[in-house]
Design a protein around this ligand. Structure first.
Ligand code: TYD
Length: 206
């Protein structure tokens, strides 16, 4: 048995986390075995790493160390949560996965994209079956992200210019991998976004 691995990607404040939750609830109510999870985190060890990378002084880690920490978290999450769930035939919905590392660690503190890809091939070596990119105007996304005011401000403090770069980068990734990416317009009502997401998934629905 193999399940279905769906990731959600987008810039901060794109609404993807809400949409991941809404989709998980909808699929569960249709009787599917669904595992809703997130990165960084999703397993006990990876949640501990999450606190290391998202809280505290932004300059705590070098760009390279940060990349290693995100990759370590992903490896643990994959081994302990994602792979076992897929093996039993579940639908795994993951709020962010490797595309976030390609964008955030690959672009935000110098060009580390080659290192990101090399490390991914070496230690992760897997992509989701479907990646939902919730595309969003960064100005709008930043407004939403800032209104939440959590302790995890590490990345949301990066500002508008970087979010613009991320958005362009995500769209570029989607163009490069049309077989797994589905781009959804995030600038609609949550209901409309949820509807669009449901129609692009390879699952029967009414
Ligand atoms: P997340 O909890 O998804 O925040 P949000 O729901 O507000 O988008 O992710 C937290 C931050 O971690 C986010 O700014 C992106 C960053 N991140 C990386 O830099 N690299 C990664 O590999 C992942 C998964 C997330």
């Amino acid at each position: 048995m193999t399940g279905l691995f769906i990731s959600f990607e987008g810039i901060d404040g794109s609404g993807k986390s809400t949409q991941a939750r809404v989709l998980a609830e909808a699929l569960r109510s249709e009787g599917h075995d669904v595992v809703l999870t997130r990165e960084p985190g999703g397993s006990d060890g990876a949640e501990e790493i999450r606190a290391l990378v998202l809280q505290g002084d932004p300059d705590r880690w070098s760009a390279e160390t940060e990349l290693l920490l995100f990759t370590a978290a992903r490896r643990d999450h994959l081994e302990r949560v994602i792979d076992p769930a897929l093996a039993r035939g579940a639908i795994v919905i993951c709020d962010r996965f490797a595309d976030s590392t390609r964008m955030y660690q690959g672009l935000s503190r110098g060009d580390l994209r080659d290192k990101v890809d090399t490390l991914h091939a070496l230690m992760i070596g897997r992509e989701p079956d479907v990646t939902i990119l919730v595309d969003m105007d960064p100005e709008e996304g930043l407004k939403r992200a800032k209104s939440r005011a959590t302790v995890e401000e590490r990345f949301e403090d990066f500002g508008l210019a970087l979010q613009e770069k991320m958005r362009a980068g995500f769209l570029e990734l989607a163009r490069a991998h049309p077989e797994r990416f589905r781009v959804i317009n995030g600038a609609q009502t949550p209901e409309a976004v949820a509807h669009d997401i449901r129609t692009v998934l390879p699952l029967p629905h009414e």
